[in-house]
Design a protein around this ligand. Structure first.
Ligand code: FES
Length: 430
């Protein structure tokens, strides 16, 4: 059961009330809706589109479908990327019944080996038509809003330096380029700057504090332009399409730096999709918002993983939070539970004792991350497939004419000093 905790030194917040399926949930104004829901004890937020298995947030960076809901009438909103305001209305979707009791879950029980709905009863007169009508009715996610927002034409703009991503690497590059007199604009899909640093609670964030403060000051002084909730959605030639609250724009920069970071490592094990299983980075992010993901938390750090799992464990211990936490250096083997985590089977890297079963209500996995390579691929960067995912192959950060990569995208460690040095070197070559 997830719940709210008071983290030492947390800034003052303004509380608002949002609703989840009509139930009131206390929230902090401006925090991601998913954080408020998790803090309010709601981990199962969505249902999978076909088998209607319960889903919960697992990435908190717009990369899974575990937090999808209808928000203020708009379907399929990633609730980890929208802020809470007074009266924000969240409605679960894709259920017959309720979020907790979805009668369409029987699909999963009837077809334990999977089901190809395209061929189900195909060619059986009468039954085929009934099945197709039923499948059309229950398939997909959400219902369209009653009215569509008016279309707005994309604007076209030229600029000097564009940085995609406001995590530590993007901030460091923006500051370094700005210090060299370049005019810099930064776009990020999130609600706040900081990227992975936001998943480090309290003292764990200390190595990045100077960077965060310098970037905030540069934005406040208008020496760097920042646009949040504005993802870069595609690149064609030198054009970068961004879309945010100000509308869509096609940006063409003299130099574009992709600082898109890395995806959480996802491991294949039984029950890895049960609500309560998430990346350690997501667990740390929620903790930074004062939401603890469980009362019995197992943190697993496989070989090559880190640093978020151990940082989470240290932060929980230092703050003396009311939970039982087990840190395992090894592999998750299996999760017990259907709609929430009830137990975790793990294999310790060092122990010769084999597997052990732990009672748990949340599992945080800090597996080796993989570069968020998608935009780099669109500019023609060379990709190499590795066990953890696609890796961008570049020696000096150059991806293509006018495009550069920085940070975890190009293999730079998630380390404040390493990112600062990389940014200085890169800014000199832009
Ligand atoms: S997309 Fe929101 S938690 Fe993954």
């Amino acid at each position: 059961m997830s719940f709210r905790v008071a983290m030492p030194g947390a800034p003052a917040v303004t509380m608002v009330t949002i609703t989840l399926d009509g139930e009131k949930v206390e929230a902090r104004r401006g925090e991601p809706v998913a954080a408020a829901l998790v803090g309010g004890g709601h981990l199962a937020l969505a249902r999978s589109p076909k088998f209607h298995r319960p889903r919960g947030p697992s990435c908190v960076r717009g990369a899974c479908d575990g937090c999808l809901a209808r928000v203020d009438g708009v379907p399929n909103v990633m609730t980890c990327l929208v802020p809470c305001d007074e009266g924000t209305e969240v409605v679960s979707q894709n259920t017959l019944g309720s979020r907790e009791v979805d009668f369409l879950r029987v699909t999963d029980w009837f077809f334990p080996q999977g089901m190809n709905h395209h061929e189900l009863f195909a060619g059986v007169p009468g039954v085929q038509q009934v099945m197709q009508a039923f499948a059309r009715r229950v398939a997909g996610l959400g219902r369209l809003p009653k009215s569509a927002a008016p279309a707005r034409a994309a604007q076209r703009r030229e600029l000097d330096v564009l940085v995609v991503g406001a995590g530590p690497s993007g901030m460091a590059v923006a500051l370094a380029a700005s210090a060299r007199g370049r005019s810099v604009e930064v776009v990020d899909e999130g609600l706040a700057v900081g990227g992975g640093a936001l998943a480090l609670a309290n003292d764990e964030r200390a190595p990045f504090r100077a960077l965060l403060a310098a970037f905030d000051a540069a934005v406040a002084a208008n020496t760097i332009r920042l646009r949040l909730r504005t993802p870069a959605t595609g690149i064609f030639g030198a054009d970068v399409l961004v879309a945010g609250p100000e509308g869509a724009e096609v940006l063409s920069a003299r130099a574009t730096v992709l600082a898109t970071g890395a995806h959480d490592g996802v491991l294949a094990f039984e029950g890895n999709d049960v609500p309560g299983v998430m990346s350690a980075r997501a667990g740390g992010f929620f903790l930074g918002h004062g939401a603890l993901v469980g009362k019995r938390i197992v943190v697993v750090v496989p070989d090559g993983g880190g640093p978020f799992g151990e940082a989470f464990a240290r932060a929980v211990t230092a703050a003396k939070l009311p939970c039982e936490l087990t840190l395992v250096r090894g592999e998750p083997v299996r999760v017990g539970g259907a709609s929430r985590v009830k137990s975790v089977v793990v294999r310790d890297a060092a122990a010769a004792s084999g597997e052990r079963t732990l009672k748990a209500d949340a599992l945080l996995v800090d597996a080796e991350r993989a570069p968020a390579y998608e935009l780099a691929e669109q500019v023609g960067a060379k990709l190499v497939h590795a066990p953890r995912g696609f890796v961008v192959a570049t020696d000096d950060g150059a991806l293509a004419p006018r495009f550069w990569g920085a940070g975890e995208l190009v293999g730079t460690p998630f380390d404040a000093e390493a990112l600062r040095r990389e940014a200085e070197a890169l800014a000199a070559r832009l």
